[in-house]
Design a protein around this ligand. Structure first.
Ligand SMILES: Nc1ncnc2c1ncn2[C@@H]1O[C@H](COP(=O)(O)OP(=O)(O)OP(=O)(O)O)[C@@H](O)[C@H]1O
Ligand SMILES: [Mg+2]
Length: 527
C-alpha cells in the first residue's frame, strides 16, 4: 500500500523529494496555474497517490482528460522518453499502472447517473441554484415547510413544480399562517425552475439517490476508488456544477463521523474550475464555503481547489489551503503582476530564489510548491519538477469507457430511475379526490333540484298555474354556486387528510422528515 505521496523533485537539480503527507491531506490544498501549465497532470498524480494509499477521491473532469487514470501509461506513448528522463531527474522509478476508476455523470451518459432528491438539496442550495431573490427564497422556504408538515415527499423537479402550483393556489391561506406568500414570487420560482429544466437539471433530481458509501468504497485490493464526474457538459451550466459540488460536500459533512486527525483522509475531493463557485457568490455563501472547509477537516475530508488564478479564491478560503502547487502564472497586464505578487506573498521564502520570479518562470509540469510538514507548518517554498503520471495522459476512448462502466460494481444500481409515490402523485390524487367530491356534490345538488322541481310542478298542477323559465334559471345558478363552494371546501379539507397521515407513517425515518432539515446539519440552515 502506498504511503505519503511523492509529488516531484525540488531543491538543487530537482533531487530533493517533495511529498504530500497523508496525515495532513485533510488540511486541504490548492492547485493553480495558467492554462496548459500542468494543473490536470498534478491532479492526476495526486489522485494516483491517494488511490494507491487506500484513499478514495472524487473529482470533476472538466475536459475529459482525467479518464486516462483508468488505463496504464504505455512505452508506445509519444511522451514516453520525456517522461522517463523526467523520472530519472527526480529519482523516480516510473512504473505504468491503471487505477480503479468509477465514472459518474449527472446526465447518465458518460458515467453512472448521480441523483439527489429535492428535499436533500434543501431550500438554501436550491435558491442558489435557481438564483432566487431573498423574497423568493422565503417563499421557497414556506413551500418546503408545508411539504414537510403535510408529509409530501419532494423527490424530483415534478414534485417541486406540483407543490408550487398548490402553494400558488393556496397563497392566501398560507400567507395567513406563514407571512406573505406572493403569487408573483411563486411565478418567478416556477420560471426559474423551467430554466433549470432546460439546462438538464431534471436529471439531477430523483431516485435512487446517491449513497455516499459508493464514493467512499475501497477496491478489494485495498486501493481507493477514483470517482470521476463527467463535467464537460455540466460546465455549460456553471451554477448547476458549483451547487452540485457544494451539495456533495455538505452531504459528506453531514453523514461522516468526526475523526479528529486521522492518519490518512477518508476522502479527497478535487474542486476543479473552483472560480465558478465563487464568481458572483453572495457573501453569505462564501462564508458558508469557508465554514465547510474549516469543519469538514475533522471529518477526514480533504478539499483541493483547482483554479487558474489563486486570486479567484476568497482570502478566507485560501488561508485554509495548507498544501500548494502553484504552476506558472502569466504577467502580461498590471493586474496579472499584482495577482502574481499577491500569490507569491502567501509562501515562506526560499533564500535560493525569488518566489514571484519563480512563479513566472517555471516550465510546463514544473511548479512552486509548499506542503505542510509533520508539525503542520508550511514548508519553505520549492521549485519542483512534478512527476509524470503512471496512468495514461489524456482521455480514453468511448469504447474503453463503456467497457469500464459495464464492468463496474455500480453498474445497474443507479442506471434506472425509480418513480416512487411523491408530492406530484399525491397532490394529483388530492386534486382528483376533490374533483370527484365536487362531481358528487353537483350530482346530489342536481337530484335535490329535480326533486324540488317535481314538487314545484306537482304543487302547480294542484294550483293549476303556469311554470316559468325564470325560476329554473335561478335554481341552476344556485347549483353552480354551490359547486364552487364545494371545490374550495374540499381542497381545504383535503389538506392534511387521511392520505397525508398514511404517507407520514410510511416516511418515518426516510426523506420525509428531512425535508427542511438544514444542509450541513444546521450550518446551511438559513437563519
Ligand atoms: N508532471 C508532468 N510530467 C510530464 N508532463 C507534464 C506534466 N505536467 C504537464 N505536462 C505536460 O503539459 C501538458 C499540459 O498539462 P495539463 O493538461 O496538466 O495543463 P492544465 O494546466 O491542466 O491546462 P488547462 O488549464 O488547459 O486545463 C500535458 O499534456 C503534458 O504534456
Ligand atoms: Mg487542465
Amino acid at each position: 500500500m502506498g504511503g505519503d505521496i511523492f509529488i516531484g523533485g525540488g531543491g538543487e537539480n530537482y533531487a530533493e523529494p517533495q511529498t504530500l503527507l497523508l496525515s495532513h491531506s485533510n488540511r486541504h490544498g490548492l492547485i493553480a496555474g495558467a492554462t496548459g501549465t500542468g494543473k490536470t497532470v498534478t491532479l492526476q498524480i495526486m489522485a494516483e497517490g491517494f488511490s494507491a494509499a487506500g484513499v478514495p477521491v472524487f473529482m470533476a473532469d472538466v475536459k475529459g482528460d482525467l479518464s486516462g487514470l483508468a488505463v496504464a501509461g504505455s512505452p508506445e506513448f509519444k511522451l514516453h522518453e520525456p517522461f522517463m528522463t523526467r523520472a530519472r531527474t527526480i529519482g523516480l522509478d516510473l512504473v505504468y499502472q491503471a487505477f480503479p476508476v468509477t465514472f459518474w455523470d449527472l446526465f447518465g451518459q458518460q458515467g453512472h447517473p448521480i441523483r439527489t432528491t429535492v428535499s436533500e438539496m434543501g431550500p438554501l442550495l436550491l435558491s442558489r441554484l435557481l438564483d432566487l431573490s431573498d423574497v423568493q427564497e422565503g417563499v421557497l422556504n414556506v413551500a418546503f415547510r408545508v411539504a414537510d408538515e403535510e408529509g409530501l415527499p419532494l423527490l424530483d423537479l415534478q414534485d417541486l413544480q406540483a407543490l408550487l402550483v398548490w402553494v400558488g393556489q393556496n397563497a392566501d391561506s398560507l400567507s395567513l399562517r406563514y407571512g406573505n406568500v406572493a403569487t408573483a414570487s411563486v411565478g418567478a420560482i416556477q420560471r426559474q425552475l423551467l430554466v433549470l429544466e432546460n439546462q438538464g437539471g431534471t436529471a439531477l433530481f430523483g431516485e435512487p439517490a446517491l449513497s455516499l458509501q459508493d464514493l467512499m468504497a475501497l477496491e478489494p485490493d485495498g486501493r481507493g476508488r477514483v470517482n470521476i464526474l463527467a463535467a464537460d457538459q455540466l460546465m455549460a451550466s456553471p451554477r448547476l456544477y458549483a451547487t452540485f459540488l457544494l451539495w456533495l460536500l455538505s452531504e459528506l459533512f453531514e453523514e461522516l463521523p468526526e475523526v479528529g486527525n486521522p492518519d490518512k483522509p477518508k476522502l479527497v475531493f478535487f474542486f476543479d474550475e473552483a472560480h465558478l463557485l465563487f464568481n458572483d457568490a453572495p457573501k453569505a455563501l462564501v462564508a458558508k464555503v469557508e465554514q465547510v472547509a474549516r469543519l469538514i477537516r475533522s471529518k477526514g475530508v480533504g478539499v483541493f481547489f483547482v483554479t487558474q488564478n489563486p486570486a479567484d479564491v476568497p482570502e478566507t478560503v485560501l488561508g485554509q489551503l495548507g498544501n500548494r502547487v502553484q504552476h506558472a502564472l502569466r504577467a502580461f497586464t498590471a493586474k496579472d503582476r499584482k495577482d502574481l505578487r499577491q500569490a507569491a506573498e502567501t509562501y515562506r521564502d526560499n533564500p535560493r530564489f525569488d518566489t514571484a520570479d519563480a512563479i513566472r518562470e517555471v516550465g510546463t509540469g514544473e511548479a512552486v510548491t509548499s506542503m505542510l510538514d509533520r508539525k503542520g507548518v508550511p514548508q519553505m517554498v520549492e521549485r519542483t519538477l512534478i512527476r509524470p503520471p503512471s496512468s495514461q495522459l489524456g482521455p480514453i476512448s468511448p469504447q474503453a469507457r463503456a467497457a469500464i462502466m459495464a464492468a463496474s460494481l455500480m453498474a445497474g444500481k443507479y442506471d434506472t430511475r425509480l418513480d416512487r409515490d411523491s408530492a406530484f402523485e399525491m397532490l394529483a390524487r388530492r386534486a382528483e379526490a376533490a374533483a370527484r367530491e365536487v362531481e358528487a356534490a353537483e350530482a346530489r345538488a342536481g337530484q335535490e333540484e329535480q326533486a324540488r322541481e317535481r314538487e314545484f310542478q306537482n304543487a302547480r298542477r294542484w294550483d293549476g298555474g303556469q311554470s316559468s323559465g325564470g325560476s329554473s334559471g335561478g335554481s341552476s345558478g344556485r347549483t353552480s354556486g354551490r359547486s364552487t363552494g364545494g371545490r374550495n371546501r374540499s381542497a381545504a379539507e383535503g389538506f392534511g387528510d387521511a392520505i397525508a397521515s398514511v404517507v407520514v407513517k410510511e416516511l418515518k425515518g426516510t426523506t420525509g422528515r428531512r425535508i427542511v432539515r438544514g444542509i450541513l446539519g444546521g450550518l446551511f440552515k438559513s437563519r
